[in-house]
Design a protein around this ligand. Structure first.
Ligand SMILES: CC(C)(COP(=O)(O)OP(=O)(O)OC[C@H]1O[C@@H](n2cnc3c(N)ncnc32)[C@H](O)[C@@H]1OP(=O)(O)O)[C@@H](O)C(=O)NCCC(=O)NCCS
Length: 186
């Protein structure tokens, strides 16, 4: 009788970046900048020149600080997506979404939606009233993703990089105050 091995496709899961994962983070971040240079304000050339201790500090701070929410999507052992939530300590009601990227081989399966939903949930729990991002102007999957989630344009397009021709559209998602945790009294 013929014996067939069952193939199991691993689930894609979101997890928070840990300090010791800085090398894997560097790899996926540089891959995103190299693969999709027009999607980001930063560049591969700039970040590829950062020394190891820069990456170690970036990831250690991200893992440690409550106003940072660096997350990755993993399918089995493969890192397939990245996003980074951030709240400036001096503007605690405004959250930002940065570094959104999904590997080409994992696109169209809801990975970005999982990443965005995680940042939205984190921002709500932190008490943010709105979540901001910038997306390169154009009819792109990124723009459609954010519109689908409920982001709307927030002002006029601005240069993606100083002196460059690409523009980015600021977008905002207003967060429901009823979903926020009560603030502690001081
Ligand atoms: C934008 C990007 C993150 C989307 O990742 P993804 O995992 O393929 O997106 P998802 O599968 O989660 O799709 C979520 C929603 O986005 C929209 N979307 C994503 N890709 C799309 C595509 N190719 N065509 C049309 N809509 C698309 C859909 O509306 C989808 O909603 P649905 O599930 O109701 O159909 C990915 O294409 C990417 O990394 N692009 C390059 C980098 C980039 O632009 N980053 C954004 C920086 S601001």
């Amino acid at each position: 009788m013929e014996h067939r091995e069952a193939t199991v496709t691993p689930l894609t899961e979101i997890h928070s970046l840990k300090a010791e994962e800085w090398e894997a983070y560097r790899e996926i971040r540089l891959r995103s900048l190299s693969q999709d240079p027009e999607a980001f304000g930063s560049t591969f050339e700039k970040e590829n020149a950062f020394p190891a201790d820069f990456w170690q500090t970036r990831v250690a701070d991200g893992a440690r600080l409550p106003h940072a929410h660096p997350i990755v999507a993993r399918t089995g052992d493969a890192w397939v997506g990245l996003s980074w939530g951030w709240i400036h300590p001096d503007e605690p009601t405004i959250a930002h979404l940065f570094q959104m990227w999904v590997a080409p081989e994992a696109r169209g399966r809801g990975v970005a939606r999982m990443l965005v939903d995680s940042v939205i949930e984190w921002a709500r729990v932190r008490g943010a009233a709105k979540l901001l991002l910038g997306v390169t102007v154009g009819d792109t999957p990124a723009r459609r993703l954010y519109e689908r989630v409920g982001f709307v344009p927030d002002g006029s397009p601005i240069p993606l990089r100083p002196g460059g021709e690409l523009l980015e559209q600021p977008m905002v998602l207003r967060l429901e105050p009823t979903d926020r945790l009560p603030r502690s009294r001081s």
